[in-house]
Design a protein around this ligand. Structure first.
Ligand SMILES: [Zn+2]
Length: 176
């Protein structure tokens, strides 16, 4: 089965009524705010979102988003690839009061219009999933590791060579 083409605009309430499943791939570079945070804009997001109406009559979408993004390592300033996985549970509402009444299991999404741009909805979720500080694991943060090694060898060079105590003893014996 070839992946379904994702619609650009969606009408969440309609998709919920139809109990639609949206599955497909979205390019990272179509999301300007998100790709502005990335060291590399190339890549895809796997999208898997089920729309439905729950027993309380709330129209929601749930599912997951998965991607790999390239961020800047805060230790060495080189790119670091981070897996982003976001579990989504969004309840759609049309008024502020409904936002407050939304059960905790959903993240409320206030629809200003009947339709919404799907990539913007997905972008918001992914931005929330990005770690605040990205970094390589310390052992594989090469430039950082190299800098530590350099600093260490600098210190060793500046330190006067320690005399081997046995050599000192030997020279004492020789002198006596
Ligand atoms: Zn690093």
């Amino acid at each position: 089965m070839s992946p379904q083409r994702l619609p650009e605009q969606i009408v969440p309430f309609k998709l919920a009524r139809q109990r639609r499943l949206l599955q497909g791939v979205l390019k990272l570079d179509t999301m300007a705010r998100l790709s502005g945070l990335l060291a590399d804009k190339n890549g895809d997001v796997d999208v898997n979102l089920q729309f439905d109406i729950d027993a309380q009559g709330i129209s929601y979408m749930s599912g997951h988003l998965k991607t790999q993004v390239s961020l800047v390592c805060q230790r060495c300033m080189e790119p670091v690839v981070v897996s982003l996985e976001s579990e989504v549970a969004v309840g759609f509402v049309t008024s502020e009061e409904r936002v407050l009444a939304m059960p905790d299991v959903y993240e409320p999404y206030l629809l200003m219009d009947e339709s919404v741009v799907l990539s913007e909805l997905i972008e918001d979720e992914l931005i929330m999933a990005i770690p605040i500080v990205a970094a390589h694991p310390q052992q594989s943060c090469q430039p950082w590791f190299e800098k530590q090694q350099e600093a260490l060898s600098d210190v060793e060079e500046k330190m006067p060579a320690k005399k081997n105590p046995f050599a000192v003893l030997a020279s004492l014996k020789r002198d006596s």
